[in-house]
Design a protein around this ligand. Structure first.
Ligand code: C2E
Ligand code: CA
Ligand code: CA
Length: 746
């Protein structure tokens, strides 16, 4: 790990402080010693003086004692004289505080002074022990010798006055003279001179010692003060460097660490400029990283929630979240007695889009559908994607009327054109609605009901909605049954075709026939294509069935033509799935080749709704088919809101006017207007028109008057099995052998 320079600086500074403190401590010790040394030198000087003083004092005392004795003859002075000598020579202990005249040491009652120790030490020995220099000691020894020499004279003087006698005064005078004469004085001076010299020597030496000690102490004091200041400086410096290392005051750093320790990562840590490489700077980095990690953790938590509760493709809630929301909503609806609607929404023929245009486009379409649905719903509603193209809408507080309103809005919005990349797409959806509590009181039961209702909406032609009704239940089981039975219907020969003739209104000729599929189920009886074709489409079985229809119808027409039946054209219905299948043109080609039917004898019927679902690809497919000579017509025209623009580009030759307009043509002026408009529009575009579901002469009359080209319906002939159809046509030909302009069959 990289050690930061500021951290180094702090350690260095701290070490320096410790070093200076140690030095200061040692110097202070030495200084104290130096101060003591001064005292010791002074003490030694004082003691040495005392010894010299004692020598001088004792010498003076001896003189004082001997003179007093000589004058008074009092024996006490003689006694003192010998005491003083004895003390000085170490024969008698030294009295305490021995620095005055010897007789002053005695008490008023003549009590002798207390000794200062048990032992008696001669003055010379004391001097020897005092550590004087040889020169000093030599002076003192000299003075002692001279003093001893003086005691000889003093003894002589004392002996003079010893004996009593009349000449005692004379002798006293003589003795006194001895003690005052020049010789005595000279001897006295001989003692004092070396003592004086000693003093001088001593003074010289001890003064130097003291001065040296004082000097040393002075410099040591200066050193201690200097070191003290240096220590203060070093401490201040390390404090400064500590602050630089920490990046702030220790209290502040501590407070920030406490914050991090308590898991509070969100508050940013402020660091002064240039303080990035400090404890606080790195703490700031740590805080940022921890904060970042926390944010990332929250995001990934949210992502987990998202994954657990939301559909990854559309971002809508998934089944799991729906369950939660439904539980809450149902609980609320139950408590407050409120209504609730659950809707199942399924895109119509989404499988086709996926199959023909690819899953990527299918996914993009689902995303757009989801966005539209979201934009439509209230906040309290939940829209969920169950998977595939199935959506569920949970609308709390919504009664049947409001649910129908919502469904209508959803249908309208979903049916608007989608732009995916360069592709324009139209798709519709079917909605099944279940109401709480009548259609179920749990998500499960409501879902089943809504699903059933949705299925019903699909069967009713898609792009619509249905409310659940109890009787639907049986129906949806029937759907399942149909799906299963359909699988083997062809193989078991349960399918056959019926043919319905088409007549020209210009000459009454049979112009062609429409092939209509029939399924005879052994248990369910004859089933209507309107019921089983949506089932076959949803299960994909329509492709196989459709191909069978195409082949059977073509083969039939070829057979009729071979027997001379004058039918020019066979119309075959195409389902959306078939029409979008890229292999259709090739399949048609093969069937024509296999059956030997000329291409222009085949007419393919495409419902208007399928053609308009994706007009561009419808145009492309029509082009492919008509290139092969096949005729195309638009079935159920008028129900699918064709755009004229596209219609112009469709390679068709005929429009089939839907039977719903024809039915009420006699009574309903609107229907009349529509049919009239369709006919004139078709004419202007160069298309023929055929009206289907013509049942009455009134209808026929109207159509003829308004220039419709052909008709098909019960009035002319019901859909019939091949033999009956053939018979029917032959009967018609027999009745109308000649081509007539009126062409009305009898
Ligand atoms: P569509 O193509 O509109 O067929 C005409 C329907 O009208 C037929 O019903 C026919 O029986 C009925 N119809 C004919 N004349 C009259 C009349 O005068 N009055 C009334 N009320 N109805 C009349 P069907 O046979 O039940 O077929 C229903 C639908 O099933 C057809 O409607 C067509 O869309 C579909 N379909 C039938 N066969 C096939 C097939 O082979 N393939 C495909 N994809 N769809 C088929
Ligand atoms: Ca048809
Ligand atoms: Ca039709």
């Amino acid at each position: 790990m990289d050690r930061s320079p500021s951290r180094f600086a702090y350690t260095r500074s701290l070490r320096l402080s410790v070093g200076i403190a140690a030095l200061l401590f040692i110097c202070f010790g030495i200084y104290v010693q130096a101060e003591k040394q001064i005292d010791r030198a002074n003490e030694a000087r004082y003691r040495s003086r005392l010894l010299a003083d004692e020598l001088r004092q004792s010498s003076d005392d001896l003189t004082r004692m001997v003179r007093s004795y000589v004058q008074t003859g009092h024996p006490l002075y003689k006694q003192y004289f010998s005491d003083i000598l004895a003390i000085r020579d170490g024969r008698k202990p030294r009295p305490i505080a021995y620095d005055g005249i010897y007789w002053d040491l005695f008490g008023p009652d003549g009590r002798p002074p207390r000794p200062d120790s048990d032992q008696a030490t001669s003055l010379l020995d004391l001097m020897r022990q005092a550590g004087f220099t040889a020169a000093e000691f030599e002076r003192l020894e000299q003075a002692k010798e001279n003093s001893d020499a003086l005691t000889e004279i003093e003894h002589v003087a004392m002996n003079l006055v010893e004996a009593p006698g009349p000449d005692l005064p004379q002798r006293r005078l003589q003795a006194s003279r001895i003690l005052h004469d020049v010789i005595y004085m000279q001897a006295k001076a001989d003692i004092m001179r070396p003592i004086g010299e000693f003093y001088a020597l001593l003074e010289q030496r001890t003064a130097k010692d003291v001065e040296d000690a004082v000097n040393r102490a002075y410099w040591l004091r200066v050193l201690v003060v200097t070191l003290g200041l240096a220590l203060l400086l070093a401490l201040w410096d390390s404090l400064r460097k500590l602050r630089a290392t920490l990046g702030a005051a220790p209290d502040e750093v501590y407070a920030q660490i406490v914050q991090l320790g308590q898991g509070k990562f969100q508050d940013p840590i402020a660091v002064q400029a240039g303080m990035q490489d400090s404890v606080l700077g790195w703490l700031q980095q740590t805080q940022r990283q921890l904060h970042q990690m926390e944010v990332e953790r929250r995001v990934s938590d949210a992502r987990l929630v998202q994954l657990a509760d939301y559909d990854p493709l559309t971002g809508l809630p998934n089944r799991r979240l729906l369950q939660d929301r439904a539980q809450t909503a149902l609980g609320r609806a139950h408590r407050h007695g409120e209504a609730l609607a659950l809707m199942f929404l399924d895109l119509d023929r989404f499988k086709n889009i996926n199959d023909s245009l690819g899953h990527q486009l299918g996914d993009a379409l689902l995303v757009q559908v989801a966005q539209r649905l979201k934009s439509l719903l209230r906040e309290e509603d939940t829209i969920c994607r169950l998977g595939g193209d199935e959506f569920v809408l949970l609308c709390p507080g919504t009664d049947a009327a409001s649910a129908a309103h919502v469904a209508r809005k959803v249908l309208a919005l979903a049916a608007q054109q989608y732009q995916i990349g360069t592709q324009e797409l139209a798709v519709t959806c079917s909605i099944g609605i279940a109401m709480y509590p009548s259609d179920g009181d749990s998500l499960e039961t409501l879902s089943m009901s809504a699903d059933t209702a949705m299925y019903r909406a699909k069967q009713a032609g898609r792009n619509g909605f249905r409310f659940f009704k109890a009787e639907m239940q049986t129906h949806s089981t029937r759907t399942l049954q149909l799906e299963n039975a359909l699988r083997r219907a062809l193989a078991l020969g349960q399918m056959h075709l019926e043919y319905q003739p088409q007549f020209s209104l210009h000459n009454g000729e049979v112009t062609g026939a429409e092939a209509l599929l029939r399924w005879h189920h052994p248990e369910l009886g004859v089933l209507s294509p309107t019921e089983f074709i949506p089932v076959a489409e949803d299960s994909g079985q329509i492709l196989e069935i459709g191909e069978w229809v195409l082949r059977t119808a073509c083969r039939q027409l070829r057979a009729w033509q071979d027997t001379g039946l004058p039918i020019r054209r066979m119309a075959v219905n195409l389902s959306a799935l078939q029409f979008r299948h890229p292999k259709l043109p090739r399949q048609v080609e093969q069937v024509l080749a296999q059956t030997g039917l000329p291409a222009q004898c085949l007419e393919l019927e495409l419902t208007e709704r399928v053609a308009m679902e994706n007009p561009e690809s419808a145009i492309a497919m029509m082009d492919h088919l008509s290139e092969r000579g096949v005729q195309m017509s638009i079935d159920d025209f008028g129900t699918g809101y064709s755009s004229l623009n596209y219609l112009k580009r469709f390679r068709i030759y005929k429009l089939k006017i839907d039977k719903s307009f024809v039915r009420d043509i006699a009574e309903d002026p609107d229907d009349r207007a529509i049919v009239t408009a369709i006919i004139s529009m078709a004419r202007s575009l160069g298309f023929l028109t055929i009206a289907e579901g013509v049942e009455t002469p009134g209808q026929l009359q109207f159509l003829r008057e308004h220039g419709c080209d052909e008709v098909q319906g019960y009035l002319y002939g019901r859909p019939l099995p091949p033999q009956e159809f053939e018979q029917h046509v032959r009967q018609h030909l027999a009745r109308h052998p000649v081509v007539s302009q009126a062409g009305v069959p009898g």
